[in-house]
Design a protein around this ligand. Structure first.
Ligand SMILES: Cc1ncc(COP(=O)(O)O)c(C=O)c1O
Length: 404
């Protein structure tokens, strides 16, 4: 075992949920560490005992903003707090100076509703159009996106990794095409944040929206929005709040509302008090990811997922997403075809395999008719061995084991 692997073995102990059997479901939500739980407990104690120190909380809000910014290679001022991915996308979208005739390009067949409905909301409110790009075998092809852009496109909305089939999208390549045409790119990075290294300089996109419950391994109801500084400096936030203005005084002091200056960068998108419990819980998670190093996290998790995909293929299961190649990510999906069903597969055999795994204590999900296994830093080869063993047993019971 390398020192690198030993490091990951050591941190597994901090995730109590790993002791209950393979947890392969970060694509729904990540396991919370003991450190995040302890931070949250301390905050709840303060609320119960009346010992909350608001200025200490505000300091932590800034520390955490800085940690998230560091994780994606951005400046802290270019990151805002949000409620979730949808909120970040909707906030960005509603703060754009829409002109009549504008359009938005996205792929409804692949994108999560969090990255479809806010754009339809904008279309209804501002009279702009949403142009839909078809999917091709679970992927979205850049030439199809470019074709759909025409001359009216202002924004392309894309996810860095799709929730199903879990394919990784070449964000930087799309951004380069869009930049040439003066089109903005807004990324739903819900599935990749905290797992696949994100570098805003490399992606060169206009906005990135993430939430804290998946790869950041903490709570629902909080997220972050990055906006490219050259863009945010000229944006009028849809919500103006006491945290979105450049205010040196107490949070309740308003100054002269007629002469307000907006806060720098994406901070102008901050709205009211943030979700403090989520902020304190996510701090240790961000510290851990940074300490492990985002590139090492990506390498470890992706190689585990690739090993799992190879083993599942070797026993004869239909691996849809996660086969070695440019699209592979930390998500491995199993099933013959991409469909629409959530939490159940139309393919009865796959449904039975799902039930077999759940009964044996495996945590996984079904999205778009596919069994979805997703990996993070607390997973290891024991998880892979256990799930492959269970799948093999199930295949054997059906007389379907592939000859070696
Ligand atoms: C691609 C993607 N985007 C967004 C979300 C969640 O959006 P929100 O944080 O707004 O609930 C999910 C999963 O829940 C997702 O898989």
């Amino acid at each position: 075992m390398t020192t690198h692997d030993e490091r990951f073995t050591a941190i597994r102990k901090n995730f109590a949920g790993t002791a209950r059997g393979p947890y392969l479901d970060v694509a729904v939500r990540g396991l919370m560490s003991r450190a995040s739980r302890a931070a949250l407990d301390r905050h709840l104690d303060d609320l119960q005992e009346g010992t909350v120190d608001k200025s200490a909380l505000f300091k932590e809000v800034e520390t955490t903003r800085g940690l998230l910014a560091k994780l994606i290679g951005a400046a802290p001022k270019d990151v805002a707090y949000t409620r979730n991915v949808t909120d970040g996308i909707a906030t960005f979208a509603a703060s754009i100076d829409w002109r009549s005739g504008d359009s938005i390009v996205l792929c409804e067949a692949i994108e999560h509703p969090a990255n479809v409905l806010p754009w339809y909301g904008i279309a209804r409110k501002f009279g702009v159009a949403v142009r839909n790009v078809p999917q091709t075998n679970g992927t979205i092809e850049i030439p199809r996106i470019v074709e759909a852009m025409g001359n009216s496109c202002r924004v392309v909305a894309i996810s860095s990794v799709s929730f199903a089939p879990g394919f990784r999208f070449p964000v930087a390549e799309l951004a380069a095409e869009c930049r040439k045409r003066g089109v903005m790119v807004c990324v739903d990075a819900a599935q990749s944040i905290g797992i696949i290294k994100t570098d805003v300089a490399e992606w060169d996109v206009d906005a990135i929206s993430v939430s804290t419950q998946k790869g950041l391994m903490t709570m629902y109801g909080a997220g972050f929005l990055y906006v490219r500084p050259e863009l945010s400096e000229n944006m009028n936030p849809i919500f103006l709040s006491r945290y979105s203005i450049a205010n040196e005084g107490h949070e309740a002091s308003l100054g002269d509302p007629a002469r307000l200056a907006l806060a720098e960068g994406a901070r102008r998108f901050d709205v009211g008090n943030p979700n403090f419990p989520a902020v304190v819980a996510v701090t240790p998670a961000l510290e851990l990811l940074l300490e492990l190093d985002p590139r090492a996290v990506e390498d470890y998790v992706l190689s585990l997922a690739a090993h799992f995909a190879e083993r599942m293929l070797a026993i004869g299961l239909p691996v849809y997403g996660g086969r070695p190649g440019p699209h592979s990510s930390h998500i491995v999906t199993v099933g013959a075809a991409l469909g629409q069903a959530h939490d159940a597969a139309r393919d009865l055999e796959m449904s039975k395999l799902y039930e077999h795994l759940v009964a044996a204590g495996v945590r996984l999900s079904i999205r778009r008719d596919l069994l979805r296994f997703s990996f993070h830093i607390y997973n290891n080869r024991d998880d892979v061995d256990e799930v492959v063993r269970l799948c093999e047993g199930w295949l054997r019971a059906r007389g379907k084991v592939k000859a070696a």
